[in-house]
Design a protein around this ligand. Structure first.
Ligand code: GDP
Ligand code: MN
Length: 388
């Protein structure tokens, strides 16, 4: 579960990380009042659960309260990467001298939390990570020992931070790590951590992603979830208990089981296309679940073919097949669907699918080949993953 910037920064502040004075508003009039209280010079920031708001026009500086009101009117209601802006954060504007990146994330490979810092912080950090990864320094935190001060100093040295900021930086690192651990986060990030013209460190942006599996320990945080701030496919996936990750490709995948879903994505790539999503619908074969999964996949306009890969164990193939056929009565679509069904009661299942004129495959390899071919007939170059 992602927290909004203002929620993340309030948590950071509880751990001693300096944040700008500010408040949240839902109308331009409120923005004006807050800006007035903050002395006029403010930054108005769209509160939507996506990155890159700055580049999408969701972050605007204002010189006084009238201008703040005006830019707020432009940002509120605006669509940013498919999400409608319903709230803005109004922060006292910072005089930015330098932008640092600082983040904590679970590193599954290293089986611990890794803390990362870069002197090249700001809106282009993804590009830095891709093109000049040596500009990002990392330290690994032993979960039994916690974060040591010397490790924070190592980060500081790694990004060439001047010694006058060292103590403040160590405090921010320590606070970020504690905020991460105490709240069972999967990611906690400050980008940018700003050095101001007055030589202070200030967390201008904040992002926390909580581990959903630990939310039962954080009822107060779980209550912060606002379904109106999720995309349709996110809320639908959550309601149905699906694991769903949207990707950039064009072949939609509906699979029962996480390992099988990974395999399905791999085999699509092997055949020359890119998967549009990871989707594990889990056990059970009821039509409403199949229909929900189809709706989620089809809500992605890039999807130009769907591969349904079901391996029946406890799940019965005939039930899945009935679920697919029934849900296709509810959802009209021209997107070609290829089904691979194996395991328990798959023969009956395949008969049902054949009776409904659905394209089936006898093996996963064949299914992947057919799905990629179907996708390629729609798209000249499925590698690009762009369907216009
Ligand atoms: P993001 O684009 O969603 O990551 O939003 P950020 O909150 O990181 O804002 C994007 C960029 O806007 C930052 O990297 C800064 O360069 C700039 N910015 C944000 N707040 C301020 C501010 O108070 N003063 C100044 N001068 N720039 C700011
Ligand atoms: Mn940012």
């Amino acid at each position: 579960m992602k927290l909004q910037e203002y929620q993340s920064k309030r948590i950071f502040a509880n751990y001693g990380i300096p944040i700008p004075a500010g408040d949240v508003a839902a109308t331009p009039e409120e923005v004006r009042r807050i800006a007035d209280r903050l002395g006029g010079r403010v930054v108005v920031k769209a509160q939507v659960l996506v990155g890159g708001r700055g580049k999408a026009g969701g972050i605007r500086l204002a010189a006084d309260e009238s201008q703040a009101e005006k830019v707020a009117a432009e940002i509120l209601g605006k669509d940013i990467k498919g999400l409608k802006v319903q709230k803005v954060l109004v922060d006292e504007a910072a005089d930015v001298a330098k932008e640092i990146y600082l983040g904590a994330v679970v590193d599954r490979g290293a089986q611990c939390v890794v803390m990362m810092a870069s002197a090249a912080g700001g809106v282009d950090i993804e590009e830095v990570a891709r093109e000049t990864p040596e500009k990002i320094v990392k330290i690994f935190v032993d979960p039994r020992m916690g974060l040591y001060t010397f490790q924070c100093r190592e980060l500081a040295a790694g990004i060439g931070l001047e010694s006058e900021f060292l103590n403040a930086f160590v405090a921010v690192c320590t606070g970020l790590y504690r905020a991460f651990m105490d709240n069972d986060a999967a990611l906690a990030e400050i980008n940018p951590l700003v050095i101001t013209a007055d030589n202070e460190l200030l967390a201008v942006d904040g992002k926390i992603v909580l581990d959903d599996n630990a939310l039962f320990r954080h009822r107060d945080l779980a209550e912060l979830r606002d379904p109106s701030e999720e995309t349709i496919h996110e809320s639908e996936a959550r309601r149905n208990g699906f694991s769903y990750v949207r990707l950039d490709g064009c072949v939609g995948c509906m699979v029962n089981g996480a390992g099988l879903a990974m395999e399905t994505m791999d085999i699509i790539k092997l055949h020359g296309a890119e998967p549009a999503n990871f989707l594990d619908i889990g056990g059970g074969a009821r039509a409403d679940r199949v229909a929900a999964a189809l709706r989620i996949i089809l809500s992605d306009v890039n999807v130009c073919a769907i591969l349904i890969n079901i391996f029946g164990g406890i799940t019965r193939g005939d039930e899945v097949a009935r679920g697919i056929v029934q849900s296709l009565h509810e959802i009209q679509t021209d997107v070609p669907i290829i089904v691979r069904l194996a395991g328990t009661n798959s023969e009956e299942g395949l008969e049902i699918l054949a009776g409904a004129n659905l394209l089936t495959a006898s093996s996963l390899v064949e299914a992947a080949r057919l799905a990629v071919k179907a996708a390629q007939s729609v798209l000249p170059d499925p590698q690009s993953g762009q369907a216009g």
